[in-house]
Each structure stands twice: as C-alpha cells, then as structure tokens.
Design a protein around this ligand. Structure first.
Ligand SMILES: Cc1cc2nc3c(=O)[nH]c(=O)nc-3n(C[C@H](O)[C@H](O)[C@H](O)COP(=O)(O)OP(=O)(O)OC[C@H]3O[C@@H](n4cnc5c(N)ncnc54)[C@H](O)[C@@H]3O)c2cc1C
Length: 424
C-alpha cells in the first residue's frame, strides 16, 4: 500500500515553476498554490497583471491534491439549515454559487484543454437510516422548489440500479460532477503559468509587512513586494497569519483507494458510477476513479493531523466502514491510503473578502473542490476593480473564543457526533 494521494501519484508533476531567488515587485502576490490561489493567479495574469504565486511546498500539495474528487453542487449544510442560518436570499445565492462553480470548472477545463476526466456524474446523498430519508426528503422538497430543479428523490427501490448496498433512499443532484484532482491542479498551474503568472514552489511566506501602500513579503527564497495580496492557504494556514488561524479549524479527513475493480465488482457495488455521500455525521464519501478504483473517504477519527501514522490509523477505520457498506469488497486489496486537512469554520460556511489589507477565500468546510476555483476567480476580478460577485460578501466572521489555531476540542466534538450517530 502506498501512503500517498492517488491523485498525486497518477498525475503529471507541474514543471513550470520559476527557479532562482525571489525578488521584484508584482501587482499581486497569491499565497498558496491550491485551487483558490492558482485560479486567482490565472485570472489576474489573463487580465495582464504581473502576479506571483508563493507556495510553501508544491502546487496542489494541500487539500487540492488530497481530496475525494467530488464536485458537488451543495454545501456542508443542507439547504433548509442554510436557509435557517443565513436567510432565504443568501442561502439561495450560496447554492447558486456552488452550481456556478461546477460550470466555471467545466468551462475552464474546456478553455485550457485540461485532461482531467471531468464528468457530470450526479451526486447521491444516501440515507443511512430510515429517519435520515425523511430529513433528506424534506430538504429535497424545499431545494427542488426554490433552487435546483435538477434534483430527484430516489426510494430504496430506485437505488437498486445505483448502488449495491441497502441504503434507505437518496437525493440525486444531477448537476454534480467528478474529476481527477491531480490532473486538474497540474493543468490549472500550467495554464496560469502560460498566461504569465510566476509560480514559486518551496517558497513559504514567513512574514508580511505593509509599511505603506505596498506589501513586503518575506519567503524562504527571498523577498518580493506587491500591491495586492490574496491569502489562499486554507487548512494549511501558518501561525504568522494569526487572524485566519483563529477562525479556521483544520480537521483531518482520510481516504483509501482499492485496486482497480472488475466489471463484476463494479456492477455489484457502484453500477450508477456517481459521487456518493452518506448521511451520518461521521459519514463516508466515495466514487470510482478513472481507472476503476473505489476511492473511499471519511473523517474516520476527529484528528488534527494527517501524517503517515495518523493516515494509517484512519485507513483501518475506513477499511471497516467500506466493508460495512460493501461486504462484497471486504477483502479487496487497498492500494492507497492518505489524508489531508479540511478548512472548517465554526458555522461551516466559507468566507471570502478583504481584511486588514489582504484578500482571502477559505473555510470551505469540506466542500471547496469546486467553490475554490470559482471564488479565486471572483476575488481576482474584485482586485482588478471588476464587478464584485462575492457571494460571501458582508458575512461576519468572528474569531472562535478560546481558540488560537490548535483544535484541542476535536476529540470531544468527535465523541459528540459519535453519540449523535448512535441515537439519531
Ligand atoms: C481528504 C479531503 C477530502 C476532501 N474531499 C472533498 C471533495 O470530495 N469535494 C470537495 O468539494 N471538497 C473536498 N475537500 C476540500 C477541498 O479539497 C478544499 O476545500 C480545496 O482544495 C481548498 O483549496 P485551497 O486552494 O483553498 O487550499 P489548499 O489546496 O489546501 O492550498 C493551500 C496551500 O497553501 C499553502 N500554504 C499554507 N501556508 C503557506 C505560507 N505561509 N506560504 C506559502 N504557502 C502556504 C499550502 O502549502 C497549500 O498548498 C477535501 C479535503 C480533504 C483534505
């Protein structure tokens, strides 16, 4: 078994990074080379701006190269809960932004000719218990009437042709998609560089000062100045960006990938070939890869770290969950096991905007694979003085009391959700 992301292992390595020391002045500096940062850099460079991407590791090293590969057009919240917390108007705007995000990626992939297996597969939100189906049905009724006609409610009987596991029904979101995340992030970086963005890998930003109008950014490879800065560091935000560290809770999420499955195994497990998410609080997400592996993820444990030891422990839990959902695959070989950090906010709504001289977009709370590209481009447009289309504009973002970036409370949150899953 390999302890690396399947997406990293099966994608071309981005080779268009700038070499040599960092110096000079830029119109914009983008900190973080994931989807958010790269999409913003591409948009800025396309408009003729001089832009530098500063990435501490390699492009796509963070969540963008480690995720489940689902491009779902929904939030961490169900629509009804988003409506209760944000009001109808903003909840609709946010759901529409998720729809637009998938369209944005489809258009970008076509425009840049990125070979990343983008496919409108549709997503199933699967009811793990009968009472979960009732909640899914209530949510579906409101969503279908007020936001998304491309949804359908499937009964347990309807699911027989979709999935080889006895779920109690599901909501189908037809517009949701999937793609190969490694190929996409490498293609996005290549296209940003082709439009003129200067991409510096192994360039961790260790300090930012703004003595006058310009920002001065110190990195491990030199110093640059810039008129605008976008912080696109997500769950991997370093302590020197304290404002964001006090608001982002980095939580581990973990994934295993099986060996390629045979036709018979796919017919017995995932004949519908869609993205799937279960309804438990500590639930699972899964899909097939382009080479027919089952990519099966979940929070597994409420861990604040993802390294080989932590990933391996979570991998064992995931293996048991996989066997519980698909007993027919209980003994299948697992070829990959990896993990990454998810950038949660306290209320699980993303945030994007401008604070204390810098632009930012983060806090996608496990639903950022599509929104990150879209918000990166929207913030780039705002920097360029174009129309402000930010769906998160004006949403307050208070810091979390007693929290300075180390999520000491995660084990307790984990126990709480475990108990909830037992009774509800
Ligand atoms: C295991 C897992 C499964 C997931 N599954 C899904 C899914 O199926 N669907 C979905 O929609 N979302 C999913 N997500 C979430 C999604 O992947 C993220 O929301 C998205 O990739 C965020 O992109 P980003 O560019 O904002 O951040 P990232 O991709 O995390 O990029 C941030 C980058 O900033 C860099 N950085 C940090 N600090 C500094 C610094 N000081 N200087 C320079 N660089 C710095 C990091 O090295 C990192 O590369 C998942 C996440 C994980 C971890």
């Amino acid at each position: 078994m390999k302890f690396v992301s399947y997406w990293h292992d099966t994608a071309p390595v981005f080779s268009g990074g700038a070499q040599g020391p960092l110096e000079g002045h830029y119109d914009a500096a983008v900190i973080g080379g994931g989807f958010t940062g790269l999409a913003a850099a591409r948009q800025l460079a396309k408009a003729g701006a001089k832009v530098a991407v500063l990435e501490a590791e390699r492009v796509g090293w963070g969540a963008s190269g480690r995720n489940g590969g689902h491009l779902n057009n929904g939030l961490a919240h169900g629509y009804l809960s988003a409506k209760t917390e944000l009001g109808k108007e903003r909840a609709i705007a946010l759901y529409r932004a998720l729809d637009d995000s998938v369209d944005t990626i489809e258009a970008l992939v076509a425009e840049e000719g990125i070979d990343c297996n983008f496919r409108r597969a549709g997503k199933l939100k699967l009811a793990s218990k009968p009472q979960h189906f009732e909640a899914i049905a209530r949510n579906f009724e409101a969503l279908h009437a007020e936001v998304d006609r491309d949804t359908a409610l499937l009964s347990a009987a309807d699911l027989k042709s979709e999935i080889g596991s006895p779920f109690h029904g599901a909501m189908l979101s037809k517009k949701s998609a999937m793609m190969h995340m490694g190929r996409y992030v490498a293609g996005l970086a290549t296209s940003a560089a082709r439009h003129g963005a200067v991409i510096h890998e192994n360039a961790a930003v260790t300090d930012r000062k703004q003595p006058g109008k310009r920002h001065e950014l110190t990195t491990s490879r030199g110093q640059i100045s810039a008129d605008n800065v976008l912080v696109a560091t997500g769950a991997y935000t370093t302590p020197n960006f304290g404002y964001f560290r006090r608001r982002i809770i980095s939580v581990g999420s973990f994934i295993i990938a099986t060996r390629p499955l045979s036709d018979a195994e796919i017919a017995a497990t995932m004949p519908g070939n869609r993205t799937c998410v279960t309804s438990m609080n500590i639930g699972n997400y899964f899909r097939l890869s382009p080479d027919r592996r089952l990519i099966f993820g979940g929070r597994a444990r409420f861990a604040a770290t993802s390294d080989q030891r932590s990933d391996a422990r979570s991998g064992q839990i995931l293996r048991a969950s996989l066997a519980a959902i698909f007993p027919q695959l209980a003994n299948v070989e697992i070829d990959y096991c990896w993990g990454g950090l998810v950038d949660m906010t306290k209320d699980r709504f993303p945030r994007a905007g401008y604070h204390d001289g810098v632009w930012y977009a983060m806090g996608y709370s496990g639903h950022g694979a599509q929104l990150s590209t879209h918000l990166g481009m929207i913030l780039a447009d705002a920097m360029l003085g174009r129309e402000d289309r930010n769906p998160m504009k004006g949403l307050e973002w208070p810091s979390i009391p007693g929290y300075s970036g180390k999520p000491w409370f995660l084990p307790m949150v984990g126990l709480y959700y475990k108990a909830l899953d037992r009774v509800r």
